[in-house]
Design a protein around this ligand. Structure first.
Ligand code: PEP
Ligand code: MG
Length: 323
């Protein structure tokens, strides 16, 4: 089977009836890029930048960050690279920020919430990204967006830093797409409003599932409620994809669900444009998608969205796709 996958390394990902989707990878460091290319990744769909900030005693400098972003972009060449701005908090701590303990860290002061308040940290990262933007095909996305105001504020800060750099004579790409992660139900529900202002969506199902079912993604006791195939999740995902397409934007997914063999046929049918997963999942996913008819999967859409339980969804997909 490995040999069969290897043959698909340099091929585009196309369903049996000819729809192309992007299969891209999640990475955490510039060293991960080699694995992406070796596994036939068509881009990076999620660069988690937290690792630059973790495992040390102080914030990374602008130059340190610039070097990392430039390295990833250069290695990827013309292929798209979606960089997520700092998503600290929740399960990812930065001791040197000395943040007070919280009752509910996953519902607390984290990610874009922290960046908008500590905009010194945020601006440094954005400057590093903007300076690196001329070395490849950069897209920037903001994590944990709950309201349109947050997106507008984050984008405003990004554009301010861009203007400053240009005034300083620094070259900055003028084709950087600016998108958001959809990992909070409020954003999935009003995706239509967001779609008018963002360039793309990337659905973060790892968090979207925990927030939708109110089941901590780290808590074994409630893991039975952590249900990717729950019809509520499928309906939110569908809402996001439809909203994106209604405004001529694209929708991807960078949570674990994007590489799952039961979810892939569903997501193909819902019209997901980009699937971002661990590098080693790319060739198996490409093999699977080549054997799926998008039109057939699409014909199951209304039925799937109106099912009652995750088990029902799973059994249906297994039967239809012989899994
Ligand atoms: C997600 O929430 O789905 C996601 C991709 O981000 P993380 O797993 O880093 O929270
Ligand atoms: Mg997340």
């Amino acid at each position: 089977q490995k040999q069969e996958w290897a043959k698909l390394k340099d091929e585009p990902t196309t369903s049996s009836d000819g729809t192309h989707v992007e299969l891209v990878a999640n990475i955490g460091t510039p060293e991960d890029v080699e694995g992406v290319l070796n596994n036939g990744g068509e881009g990076v769909g999620l660069y988690r930048t937290e690792f630059l900030y973790m495992g040390k005693n102080s914030l990374p400098t602008e130059d340190e960050q610039f070097d990392a972003y430039k390295s990833v972009l250069e290695q990827m060449g013309e292929k798209p690279v979606v960089v997520r701005t700092l998503d600290i908090g929740g399960d990812k701590e930065l001791p040197y920020l000395e943040l007070p303990d919280e009752m509910n860290p996953f519902l607390g002061y984290r990610a874009i919430r922290l960046c908008l308040e500590r905009d010194d940290i945020f601006r440094t990262q954005l400057r590093a990204l903007l300076r690196a933007s001329t070395y490849g095909n950069l897209k920037i996305m903001f994590p944990m967006i709950a309201t349109l105001d947050e997106f507008r504020q984050a984008k405003k800060i990004l554009l301010e830093e861009k203007d400053k750099l240009i005034a300083e004579g620094v070259e900055v790409s003028d084709s950087i797409e600016i998108g958001i992660m959809v990992e909070i139900p409020s954003t999935a529900v009003i995706a239509r409003q967001f779609a008018k202002e963002v360039d793309f969506f990337s659905i973060g199902t790892n968090d979207l599932i925990q927030y939708t079912l109110a089941a901590d993604r780290m808590n074994e006791r409630v893991s039975y409620l952590y249900q990717p195939y729950h019809p509520a999740i499928l309906n939110l995902v569908n809402n996001v994809i439809e909203a994106a397409h209604a405004e001529g934007k694209w929708a991807g997914m960078c949570g674990e669900m994007a590489g799952d063999s039961i979810a892939i046929p569903i997501l193909l049918g819902l019209g997901l444009d980009e699937f971002s997963m661990s590098a080693t999942s790319i060739l198996p996913a490409r093999t699977q998608i080549k054997g799926l008819s998008k039109e057939e999967m699409q014909s199951f859409k209304d039925q799937l969205l109106s099912m009652n339980t995750a088990d029902e969804v799973e059994a249906f997909v297994r039967e239809k796709t012989n899994q």
